[in-house]
Design a protein around this ligand. Sequence first.
Ligand code: ACO
Length: 328
Amino acid sequence: MCETIKVGILGLGKYLPEKILTNKDLEKMVDTTDEWIVSRSGIRERRIAREDEATSDMATEAAKRALAAAKLSAQDIDLIIVATITPDMFFPATACLVQQKIGARTVPAFDISVACSGFIYGMAIAKQFIASGVYKHALIIASEKLSSITDWSDRSTCVLFGDGAGAAVLGPVEHGGILSISLGADGKQGDLIKLPAGGSRIPATKKSIDDKLHFIKMNGSELFKHAVRIMADAALDATQPIGVKAEDIKMVIPHQANIRILNAAAKRMGLSEDKIYLNIDKYGNMSAASSAVALVEAVESGRIKRGDKILLDAFGGGLTWGAMVIEW
Ligand code: ACO
């Protein structure tokens, strides 16, 4: 296919719930310490959505802010993709709920479920439609209420996750934009992190609830090993084919799962740690929303300038992964 239209980010937005849950708060809930959490993960606090605040509510706020930043209205949007593993409900898709809430036209709207890689997958899908001239403007939103699927009595997982949303408006640009994309998945490793029940394999029953099967189950140390390799390999797959070297990358915007994973991956990629954008201390792991919010904040901080090449890099449950080089 002959791609003639360059595609880039026209506007970004984020939404973080007000409530902050600190490591000290968690000390009162489970047998853990601030020192353990910070040294093992880099997380100091995370945001928790209100009980009456669902994934689509957070997504809608982030979307409105991205539209405002892009100086576009909801009526200008031709495609809506929501990346989430915590949809409001199985169906209708959270993207359809957002379409209605922002007042968009009856444009295609669907969710994707690729866990933490969702923001990059979503942008990769939307890019194809815009580059081929099918659509002009796409809204990609990564929104998660992980607190709703977290077992707050399991110290090995509850200290890691948080809630939030990030959104991007994609459209045609004259210069730069998305230069390359690398996506992948390995279903063999699907058991490393999953939500066992609630689907067609184990529908909700009293037993599934008693067995706590509606919460995230994770093999953290195994995931850790895969994550470092996957993030470094995905980065190479996205950069090598277009001749971009480590020194050409101004900043890496990674999925924020664990500071030790990111530092180890940076070493493997031949990048200095100061090129890795970090906000995990404030938000923990927000799955797909992590890289989206990190991108918003990296741009807000002024550390990314026009013409800079940045690398988005994420891995998540599935396992899935994605990396993307963008010229800002
Ligand atoms: N507080 C205190 N002690 C704890 C806690 C806690 N919150 N959690 C576990 N421990 C204990 C364990 O019980 C274990 O004790 P033991 O040695 O007596 O058995 C000890 O600490 C070490 O546990 P490990 O699991 O080996 O600790 P590790 O150094 O691997 O760190 C962590 C755990 C932070 C989960 C790490 O493995 C990790 O980050 N893995 C990757 C997780 C990840 O990336 N998840 C998301 C990917 S997909 C997605 O984002 C949706």
